[in-house]
Design a binder for this molecule. Structure first.
Ligand code: MG
Ligand code: MG
Length: 245
C-alpha cells in the first residue's frame, strides 16, 4: 500500500507544478494516466462505475468528481485534483486543492482550513479511538472557522478495493462507530464549502457542486493506523505538516 500511495503522491506533486492558467483539465488527466502507467500501475478511477477519466478535476463550486474537459484553468480558480491508482493489487487515493494564480484571502483561508482539518482528523487515528473521532475533529475545526462540511460524500476504508468499510463521515459526535485498530488503512477526505454544506449532482451524473454556488475545497490522504501513530501513505515531499488548531 505504501508503494501504490507513493505513486499517487508523486503524480499529485507533478500536477501541482503544471496546473496553471491556460492549462486544461483534460491535459492534466493525460499527464496522470501517462505517469500512472509509467509507474506500472493502473488508474483506479477510469472505468470505475463508468467514470471516463484517470483524474477527478473539480473547479471552484465543484466539490468532487468533476470530469476533465477542454476547459482551461483561469487565474483565480481553485481546482481539486483527486487521483487513485491500483498497484500490485492495492489501491492508493489522495487529493489536493490548488489555487491557480492569485486568489483572495478568503479562498486562501478555505484551502488552509481544509488542509488543517485533514491533519487534525489524521491526528485522531490512534488505536482504540473510534471512527467518528476523526470526523468530529474535522467538523469542529471547519465550523470554528466559519465554513461548512459536506455530508453527502465521506472518506472510506481502502485496500484491495478502492472503497471499503468503514465509511468515514467528516462530521459527527465523538466516540461512535468502529474502533480504530492497528493495520487499518483509511482514506480521509474532508470537503469544505465557504457557504452552505449542501451539494447537488449535475446532469453528467458525476460532478457534485455546491447548491449555493459557493467555493469548495477537498484534501485527501490515505493513512495507515500503526501501533504508535498514523502513517500518512500519501505524504508528499512538498507537504507542510504544520497544523495550527
Ligand atoms: Mg480520492
Ligand atoms: Mg477517496
Amino acid at each position: 500500500m505504501r508503494a501504490a500511495n507513493q505513486v499517487v503522491a508523486s503524480v499529485l506533486d507533478e500536477l501541482r507544478t503544471i496546473a496553471a492558467p491556460g492549462v486544461t483539465t483534460a491535459e492534466l488527466d493525460a499527464t496522470v494516466e501517462a505517469r500512472v502507467r509509467e509507474a506500472g500501475a493502473t488508474p483506479a478511477f477510469k472505468g470505475y462505475r463508468g467514470f471516463p477519466a484517470s483524474l477527478c478535476a473539480s473547479i471552484n463550486d465543484e466539490v468532487v468528481h468533476g470530469i476533465p474537459s477542454p476547459r482551461k484553468l483561469m487565474a483565480g480558480d481553485i481546482v481539486s485534483l483527486d487521483v487513485g491508482v491500483l498497484l500490485d493489487g492495492y489501491y492508493g487515493d489522495s487529493a489536493v486543492t490548488v489555487a491557480i494564480g492569485t486568489v483572495s484571502d478568503e479562498v486562501k483561508q478555505l484551502l488552509r482550513v481544509t488542509r488543517e482539518a485533514l491533519e487534525l482528523g489524521i491526528e485522531r487515528m490512534r488505536v482504540g479511538l473510534r471512527v467518528s473521532d476523526i470526523g468530529h475533529a474535522i467538523q469542529c475545526h471547519v465550523e470554528a472557522n466559519g465554513f461548512s462540511v459536506v455530508r453527502e460524500f465521506v472518506g472510506h476504508g481502502i485496500g484491495t478495493k478502492l472503497h471499503e468499510e468503514p465509511q468515514i463521515p467528516n462530521y459527527g459526535e465523538p466516540g461512535q462507530g468502529p474502533r480504530l485498530a492497528e493495520g487499518m488503512v483509511l482514506a480521509i477526505e474532508p470537503m469544505v464549502n465557504i457557504g452552505k454544506p449542501t451539494v447537488r449532482v449535475l446532469d453528467d451524473q458525476w460532478t457534485a457542486v455546491t447548491s449555493d454556488g459557493s467555493l469548495s475545497a477537498h484534501f485527501e490522504h490515505t493513512v495507515a493506523v500503526t501501533s504508535s501513530s498514523a502513517e500518512v501513505l500519501t505524504r508528499r515531499p512538498s507537504d507542510s505538516q504544520t497544523v495550527t488548531a
